[in-house]
Design a binder for this molecule. Structure first.
Ligand SMILES: *Cc1c(COP(=O)(O)O)cnc(C)c1O
Length: 405
């Protein structure tokens, strides 16, 4: 389907194409010097010591979890309102994801109070997900982890360009993982980055990224090494040079693109403010009601609305679709998925706020190059769809009653 306004869209500039073409012409395509250049740029961008680029965001999460020592028997507290890869990465290590609830319908991020309730003697870490790029309760989670002796990790897949009080998301805990999937703010197709200030963790991630081998193909090519040992059970999670080149080019435009997203976010809030929907978060600051401080910015990765209870979400999305507007749902809760549901007989943890949010949220189009007329189309279609979906849900309720009688 050709959408008048797609959910997200990406422009690859001529400069990007030239740089990638030069990389192909260089004759070195697997991981090498351009990857190292991108890693240096990314580490500087987020303000930490080490960045290690890998083949995708899920690999970044996996290696981050391994590098901090997560293993069988450990419990890791995660939100259920996230992409399934967050919980999968924990499971790959043998550890168990333990789901905690969000803070509220307008605050769809991991609640520190809910995390505290599920801490046990096996809890080893908290894995925060910056939903939509929101810093959420990252400050409270950092304090909680310090107080209870837990490792703080971050899934910063949505958060490229999100700062909270002068610190970039992904750098609040021991390590953070970013994604460069095609629909993320820093998009190269497939790609990921682990960031950390700890040199031992960075070394461990580098080792595991390339089969646990002590030297790299690039070093052998350069004549720096002739053989290697294999010292850990590693993976092939390497990125290649064309993608690292594209990532470096796109990183230089990220701040400007995120500013454009911020303006779109502000216009959405103004234009949809009179409608009967909840808009999560606050234009700039992470915590509603608190003053907007310097040093806070957001990636504006998603723009979500929460529908009132009497609106039929499928009908609402159908009406938007008929008007050429693509929507999505972030996310079907992970704790309800077959693979992550509590095994039969074990106590099921209730996550009422996550369930409520996930049942009523709709993600509207958001991308840096959205034109003003496209955004106006979304706004006007949203108003119409809301009215129509409400009427049609009432009508259906009535006919259901008629059928029951
Ligand atoms: C996209 C995403 C991932 C996975 O990243 P990939 O690069 O697609 O592997 C993990 N967590 C969240 C929250 C994401 O949005």
């Amino acid at each position: 389907m050709d959408w008048a306004v797609p959910l997200s869209d990406l422009v690859v500039e001529d400069d990007d194409l030239r740089a990638v073409t030069d990389t192909y012409r260089s004759g070195w395509l697997s991981m090498g010097p351009r990857t190292r250049q991108f890693e240096d740029l990314f580490a500087r961008f987020v303000g930490t010591r080490h960045a290690v680029a890998v083949t995708n965001g899920t690999a970044a999460l996996h290696l981050m979890c391994l590098a901090v020592g997560l293993t069988t028997g450990d419990e890791v507290i995660v939100p259920s309102l996230t992409f399934v890869a967050t919980a999968n990465a924990v499971r790959y290590t043998g550890a168990t994801p333990v789901f905690a609830d969000i803070a509220g319908p307008a605050r769809p991020w991991l609640s520190a109070a809910s995390c505290e309730q599920v801490i046990t003697s096996r809890t080893k870490a908290v894995l925060y997900v910056a939903y939509g790029g929101h810093a959420g309760e990252i400050g409270a989670l950092r304090d909680l982890c310090a107080r209870r002796g837990l490792i703080l990790l971050e899934d910063a897949a949505h958060a490229a360009g999100s700062w909270w009080h002068g610190r970039h998301l992904g750098t609040f805990g021991t390590a953070g993982a970013f994604s460069m999937f095609a629909n993320k703010n820093l998009a190269v197709g497939e790609g990921g980055v682990v960031v950390t200030a700890d040199p031992d963790i960075a070394d461990r991630v580098r080792l595991l990224r390339s089969h646990g081998m002590t030297t790299l193909a690039w070093d052998r090519h350069q004549g720096h090494a002739h053989t290697y040992d294999v010292v850990a059970l590693g993976y092939n999670y390497r990125i290649d040079e064309p993608r690292a080149t594209l990532a470096a080019c796109r990183l230089r435009r990220l701040a400007a693109e995120n500013q454009r997203r911020a303006r779109l976010d502000a216009r959405y809030r103004e234009a949809l403010g009179d409608l009967d929907v909840v808009i999560p978060g606050h234009p700039v600051d992470a915590v509603p009601g608190q003053p907007v401080d310097d040093g806070c910015a957001r990636s504006h990765h998603l723009f979500a609305v929460v529908l009132p209870a009497d609106v039929d979400r499928d009908a609402f999305r159908g009406h938007l679709s008929e008007r050429g507007v693509q929507t999505s749902v972030h996310y079907p809760p992970v704790h309800r998925s077959t693979v992550h549901a509590a095994p039969p007989g074990s106590p099921r943890r209730e996550l009422p706020l996550t369930d409520g949010y996930a049942a009523r949220t709709v993600t509207l189009p958001m991308f840096a190059h959205m034109r003003d007329d496209q955004q106006e189309q979304v706004v006007s279609a949203t108003g119409k769809a809301l009215a129509l979906a409400r009427t049609s849900s009432r009508r259906r309720d009535t006919s259901d009653e008629t059928a029951a009688r």
